[in-house]
Every structure is written in C-alpha cells, then in structure tokens.
Design a protein around this ligand. Structure first.
Ligand SMILES: [Zn+2]
Length: 861
C-alpha cells in the first residue's frame, strides 16, 4: 500500500513537471481509471457493455483509433472492429485499402507498380480476442493494449502506428462474454467460484464458433469474413485463446505437424517468423513456460486461425494456460505435463526452453503474456512492413500461378443439380469468402459435358486457390508417420479429416482439367433465389419439389398460414415420392413463399391420380442439457429455425415428469454420450470432473426415471430421433435389437475420423423422401448398425446403407470392411411408436445440407 502511494505521487509529480509539453495532448482515460481496477486482476472481469463504452470514449479522446460497429451479434450486442493506426493512416484508409486490395490480388498489375504500392502501403494486421467466451484473457487484455498504442510516445510505438493498420476484434463473441461475466460474478465468493458456464456461451454454437470460418453460419462469422476475407485481407492474423491449465503457460506459433496442403509455402515460414519474434519477446520479458511448434497441428478445422492461411493470411493462434476464469489456480510442479504433438515431456526442449515451475497462476499472468504476444506481432510487422507486403503479393501471385498450371484448372457447379437451391446457397457462401465465381450466360461444354445456362465455374487461377482446393476438391487426410504413433495406431486429427463443402452439402461439383470456353460473367453479388409460381388453369393445384431442402421451409410457411399440404407417395408421371402438393391457393400467398424460399410452384393438370397423404407436422421437442451445454443441440436448433420448423426445448425435469405424449410427438436427442444423457458420467476424466462441478441445479441427466419416461413415450406412439452417439443410448436403454458394429473396434483395425462416405438411400421410404438413391454422409465417431436376429425383425427398416466397397469419398478410412453394406440409419418400431437411429452426422454444424432431409422427414408425417 505504502509503496503504491509513493509511486502514485511520483507519477503525479512527473505529470506536473512535463505538463507544458503535453498541453496539446488531450487526456486519454486509462483502463484502470475507467474500470476502477487493473484489468486481469483477481476476481474482476469487465463486462462487454462497459468495454464497448470504453472504446467509444477512446475514440472521442484520441485520433489514433476508429471504431466500426459491424452490427448486432446473434443476441443483439454490438460487434466491434477497432482500427488503430497513426492519424495520417486513419484519414487515408480508403487509399490504403485500395493498395491492400491490389497487393492481395495482383492479377493484371505490373510488378513495377506493386513495388510502388509496397512502399506506399501499410501492413494490415488483425488480432481477435476471446472467441471462446470462457477464454477471457484476450478481451480483458485488449483495452490495455489499445491504450498503450494510442498514448505511448516512444519510437517503437510510433513505428507501429506509422507502418501498421491494426484491426482489433476486441471480442469475437459479445454474447458469450456477457454470459460468462454475469455467471462469474454470480459465483464469486461461493463454493462454485471459477466453475465454467453450465450452458453454451452462445445462443447456438458455443465453442463451435471456431468451426464456422468456412460456412459462415453465424452473424459474428459473417462480420469477420467481411473484414478479413473481402474488405481487408490482412497479412497476418492472430486469434488469442486459452487451453488447459496443466501444461505450458502459453503456446505461440508456429503449428506442429502435419500441415494441410495447398497453402503457399511462405505461409508456413511466416508462422515461424512471427512466432519466433513473439516467443523471443516473451523470453526477453522473462516469461516462463512458452512453447511453440507443438500441440496445435497445421492441419486442423476450418475455424478462423486455421482457415485464414488459405486466404493467404498468416493465420495463427496463441493459447494461454487457463486460470479458473478470473480466480487464480494453484498448480503443483508434479501436476505439470507435456502434451500431444511434439511436446512429449514437461522438460526443457528447443521450443520450450524455460519450463514454468508451478505455483499460482492468475488472469493477470494471462493478460500480460497475451499483451506481449499481441504487441510483438505488431512490432515485427512494423519493422518489416515492406517485406510483409511484398510477400503478401508473392503469395497471391504464386497461388494464382499454381492454379493456372495445376490440375484441375477449375471446378464447375452445374445448375442441373438434385437440389439446385442448395447449390446456390453454396455459391453464395463461397462469395462471402471472397472467392471469384463466374456464371455461364449460355450453355457451355467442358470435357464432353454440356452445362446449362446459369451453371457456375470457379477457376483456380486466383489468389484463393488453396481455399478452393480444400473446399471443393476431394481430400485425403495424410496417413504417415506424423499421423500414426510408433506402434502404427492412427492419431485422431484435431477435427474432421475433411471439410469438403460440396460433399457436405450434397452438391455435385466437377473438377475440369482444361478451362472451358464460354460466355461467363463474374458474380458481384449473391445469386438471388426467387421462385416462380406458374399460372394455373386447372383446379388440381400445385406441386413443389420434394428434393429441395428449401421446400421444407416452404411447407412450414404454408402450414403456418393454414394451407393444407400433401405429399406424393408413389412415382407418377413427372412426380416423385416426397413431392409436395397443395390445392389451388391464392397466387399472392404462393408468391410470398416463393420469394422467401426460391421454391417454384408448378401448376398441376386436372388428372393427378397418385397416392398422397396429408402432411401433419409433429410437435417436436429438442433435448437440451446443462453441464456446459451440447453444441450439436444448439446447431440442431439453428437448422430447425433456418427451415422454420417449430420446436420446443425440453430439459431433464420435464422428461422425468413423464406424460410426454401429451405435449410432443417427436423428441430429438442430439449427438451425446449415454453417460451425459443419463447423468451417470462414467469414465469421465478427473480433470473434466474438476472443471464441471456445477451447482446441483445445473448437473444434468435424465436418470432412470427419464429413461422410463422416454420408453413410455415411444410405446404410446411417440418418435425418438437419435443422432450419432445418442443412438447408443437408444440401443442400450430402450433395448433395441440393433448392434453398433464399430463400438469396440481397435483403431488399427477400424478408424474413420470425420470423413464423407458413400451410401445408398431408400428414397421410397418416407424417411428418405426427396433424397437421391445414392450419395454421401458425414461419418464422425458414428455408430453403424446391424439388426440382430429376433422374432420381430419386421419391425426394423434400414433407410440408409453404406455401399459395398470404395466407401471413402474424402477424409480417412481404415478398415472399410467393418462398414461394408452396414446400416447407417435405421427405423425401429417400438410399441406404438418408433425410434429413428441416424448414426452419421445428419446436420453437423449446420453444414451437412445433403442429409438435412432425413431429419426433416422425421418431423412430419
Ligand atoms: Zn479457444
């Protein structure tokens, strides 16, 4: 206390002495003055609303930062991008943006001009904070970083402001930040202080907001893509995270092995280059426990730091050891351990020269190390601005050249698709990523195939070649000594083994070896989808296409308006099982639905003579739990809302009470383990239990009562739909005569981590109406089924089945014989109801549009 007071006096005296010099400088409020405590101090967290006000205050007080409010988050909180640079650069942003655009896409520009642009331009650097809302350090650190950048007058700071335009995303998940702050404040001082949030830290997706850099389903992702993929392509990007508490104190770039193909090689060198400076500055500052080139492989998911390298951005991450939110954690030396991938022991190694010895670990430690890391990135870019820009040019140029020379040369997306509206959705998503797409104004021929007018062609001779290859090309995950241990056991990839967009979406994309000639126009805006309503002269009504996902939205909108809808149950001329039929409704109603969905309404002749049934929408319940929430549950809600399916969330208490048939016809169990559903939680690691000792009201599990209530629900005519792992729950607890054939396989014999596999769909069965006869499903830790012999084999039906051989499309599959001809989706009658087991990921992360209909069909009758 005493020494602090002295310090305060000295500063006051200092300010008084130099006051005449500082007279032109407006006072800038420090974070400590504003928030009333030092950010990162124990048991304190600043809340996003207050932080937003602070940035706006700084914008008033300083001419070195500018705020862009990108718009509301999912739940209506502001999503900010703060641009920090010299006042000159900030007034010149339009020109700098233009220069940056030319360097990032130098097609048609002379190299001599690039040389001039590199001199005139500024390095564009982006860093984002606390995407994962429980990883609170970044957002708490950023105000201090901002304040220092705009108030320090030393040469280093000036160099950064002069040479760098810094795009700071101070909070990538505003909604989650608020949830976590409020939760933490509620628990401080109780026995649950520092325990994680019992539910998802986002309305829908929680941790999976870092799996959305490709499909851009969330509005926060759309904002980030606008800045990073289209308006500004930064040269480097760092996303600041936290990891577990018991390993290194901080992971910094580069990544470890293996690396994903098709990025420019300079990217991987840049990771090492920036990472070395970051690590060097941390060692210089005496920070112990800094690790690089380990743990996080260069082949991960398509979250932000992992997808940006394919946009030619040096995309990186840092990972700080976690405290218990803002509560310090004590770590004994013998609790410290190495981790996966090139960090085998908690011992000194070249990439970890100074092991941290253990002791108290606090939020302030995290804030300080992240501050140094963030500053070091800006510092290195500022010192080497021209190199950074020149290499950005080289990456873009060389990727374009590789695309022009390589095979394939382009991908064609025919407008003749099983579900052409989903194909357009894919095209529009790729547009959000800044990929150049051309649309054919007339039909054209490529490699002997005639593509109709309106088809799309994506040339690989463009800077984002690597991204396009990864999203649209068939991919095989590496099977080599980086991906198997010394005994040959395959190592699980960090995420899925493929992220192929068109395979997930059920869109057919053709690679072509030579560029096609034709009349093409570069798309500048999203492709509109407005459906047509034919003039009907008969009285038989209209048909809309059961093969389109969007038709289910149309169906829901019509049912909401009280319009009766039927489905065709047999093939008749021009109609397929699953096609939707309505009576001769007023054109205005239909046109409104056609505008919203893109679905066409075709007039029927007078003589429709097919078997039909009236569509009844089932009262659907979506099971939701606490214990941190379940992302698959959130994503399922998101998908249902996108397609206007009504649903209710249902939790343990309501299930346990029973009498479920009174309110619901269908209950969906998202992908989850039996232990999490029942609450038995066997086999859970000590570490996880210690992290999830939630207050009793947030410990979930339906228990034996819940199992009995679900059984009664099905026996009385209800439908239970289970996704992925929760099929095991249904098999075990509802006692179905079905066996999961890959339940106990040895990974050397059978291994399939997140891959697309070939199947056949029984599209004459109402559960597979609208599906093609064959296609792809996403397998990810999925069960596969055989029906066990019993007296009641007739009660079981296989809706989707793996094909015989060459099952793998993209990803990694060892031991395909285990899946050969096995059932992938089974419907089982049980009492008066049924259980629908969907083993694969029918709606994975709102990405697998190709299999949505299997879910939708289960929600109607
Ligand atoms: Zn994270």
């Amino acid at each position: 206390m005493y020494s602090r007071l002295i310090g305060f006096l000295l500063i006051t005296v200092g300010m008084a002495l130099f006051a005449p010099l500082a007279i032109t400088q407006q006072k800038v409020t420090s974070p400590e003055e504003y928030f009333g405590f030092q950010l990162g101090s124990d048991r304190n967290m600043a809340r996003w609303d207050k932080i937003v006000d602070y940035y706006y205050l700084l914008e008033k007080e300083s001419d070195k930062l500018k705020i862009i409010n990108m718009g509301p988050s999912t739940e209506g909180n502001p999503f900010l991008v703060v641009i920090i640079s010299s006042p000159e650069n900030l007034t010149n942003l339009k020109r700098l943006q233009k220069i940056n655009a030319k360097i990032s896409d130098p097609r048609g520009i002379e190299e001599s001009e690039i040389g001039k642009l590199v001199k005139e331009g500024r390095a564009v650097i982006c860093q984002s904070m606390s995407l994962h809302a429980t990883e609170i350090g970044g957002t708490q650190m950023a105000p201090e970083l901002t304040y220092d950048l705009i108030t320090r007058n030393d040469e280093e700071t000036q160099r950064i402001l002069d040479n760098v335009v810094f795009f700071l995303i101070p909070c990538f998940n505003p909604d989650g930040q608020i949830m976590v702050t409020d939760w933490y404040r509620k628990t401080v001082g109780t026995e649950y202080e520092g325990v994680g949030l019992p539910w998802l830290y986002h309305k829908y997706v929680g941790h999976d907001n870092n799996r959305d850099g490709d499909f851009l389903n969330m509005i926060e992702s759309v904002y980030a893509a606008k800045i990073m993929y289209r308006e500004w392509i930064p040269q480097a990007y760092v996303d600041h995270h936290h990891m577990g508490s018991y390993g290194a104190r901080l992971y910094v770039p580069p990544y470890s092995e293996p690396i994903r193909p098709y990025a420019d090689p300079l990217i991987w060198r840049e990771h090492s280059w920036y990472g070395a400076h970051i690590a060097y500055k941390l060692e210089e500052a005496g920070k112990a426990g800094i690790l690089n080139a380990a743990q996080y492989p260069g082949w991960g998911h398509f979250g932000w730091h992992w997808i940006t390298p394919f946009h030619n951005i040096a995309g990186m991450l840092t990972e700080s050891a976690s405290a218990n939110l803002a509560t310090p954690i004590y770590i004994h030396p013998d609790q410290l351990q190495g981790g996966a991938r090139q960090f085998p022991e908690y011992e000194a190694q070249t990439t970890f020269p100074d092991p941290w010895p253990g002791g108290w670990w606090t939020l302030r430690d995290i804030v300080e190390q992240q501050y140094i890391a963030a500053w070091a990135l800006l510092d290195l870019a500022a010192r080497n601005k021209e190199t950074v820009l020149w290499n950005a040019y080289l990456k873009a140029k060389r990727q374009t050249e590789r695309g022009a020379k390589g095979t394939p040369k382009a991908y064609v997306i025919s407008s003749a698709q099983h579900d052409h509206l989903t194909a357009i959705k894919m095209v529009n998503t790729l547009m959000l990523s800044g990929i150049e797409i051309k649309q054919a104004q007339k039909e054209f021929v490529a490699e002997g195939t005639i593509y109709p007018e309106g088809s799309f062609i994506i040339s690989l001779a463009q800077p984002k070649m690597g991204l396009i290859r990864n999203l649209l090309g068939r991919t095989h995950y590496a099977d080599n000594s980086w991906t198997r241990d010394k005994d040959g056991v395959p190592l699980r990839p960090y995420d899925l083994a493929t992220h192929n967009m068109n395979e997930f979406m059920g869109v057919s994309v053709d690679p072509i070896k030579e560029l096609a000639e034709g009349d093409f126009l570069i798309l500048t805006d999203a492709v509109p989808t407005i459906g047509k309503v034919e003039v009907s002269d008969g009285n038989a009504g209209y048909r809309f296409d059961g093969r389109l996902n969007a038709s289910f939205k149309a169906m829901n909108l019509l049912l909401d308006k009280g319009v009766k809808v039927w489905r065709i149950d047999q093939s008749v001329s021009g109609l397929l099982p699953g096609d939707f039929i309505i009576a001769n409704e007023p054109k205005s109603i239909l046109q409104d639905v056609a505008n919203q969905t893109g679905v066409d309404f075709a007039a029927l002749g007078d003589d429709l003579n097919a078997k039909t049934h009236e569509v009844k929408r089932m009262r659907t319940a979506m099971y939701q739990r606490y214990m941190g929430g379940n992302m698959d549950e959130g994503w399922t809600r998101f998908v249902l809302e996108q397609f206007s399916f009504p649903y209710q969330s249902i939790m343990d208490g309501e299930i346990k009470k029973g009498n479920l048939n009174a309110k619901y016809d269908v209950i969906i169990l998202p992908d989850d383990s039996t232990a999490m559903i029942t609450g038995e939680r066997q086999g859970e690691s000590e570490y996880r239990r210690s992290r999830t000792s939630y207050p009793p009201e947030y410990r979930s599990g339906i228990g034996e009562e819940g199992v009995q209530a679900l059984k009664a629900f099905i026996e009385n005519g209800g439908t239970l739909v289970t996704f992925g792992e929760s099929c095991n729950f249904a098999i075990d607890k509802i006692s179905l005569n079905v066996r999961n054939v890959v339940a106990d396989t040895n990974p050397k014999e059978f291994f399939c981590p997140g891959s697309t596999l070939k199947v056949t769909f029984d599209n004459n069965h109402p559960l597979a109406y609208g599906m093609p006869s064959e296609g792809l499903v996403l397998f990810s830790s999925s069960p596969a089924f055989v029906i066990s012999p019993s007296q009641h084999n007739e009660r079981y039906e296989t809706i989707v089945r793996y094909i015989d051989k060459d099952i793998l499309r993209s990803g990694w599959l060892i031991g395909e014989k285990h899946l050969s001809k096995k059932a992938a989706m089974v419907s089982a009658q049980y009492g008066n109801g049924q259980v629908v087991l969907i083993g694969f990921r029918t709606q994975h992360r709102s990405q697998t549009h190709g299999t949505y209909k299997l879910l939708f069909n289960a929600l109607i009758h």
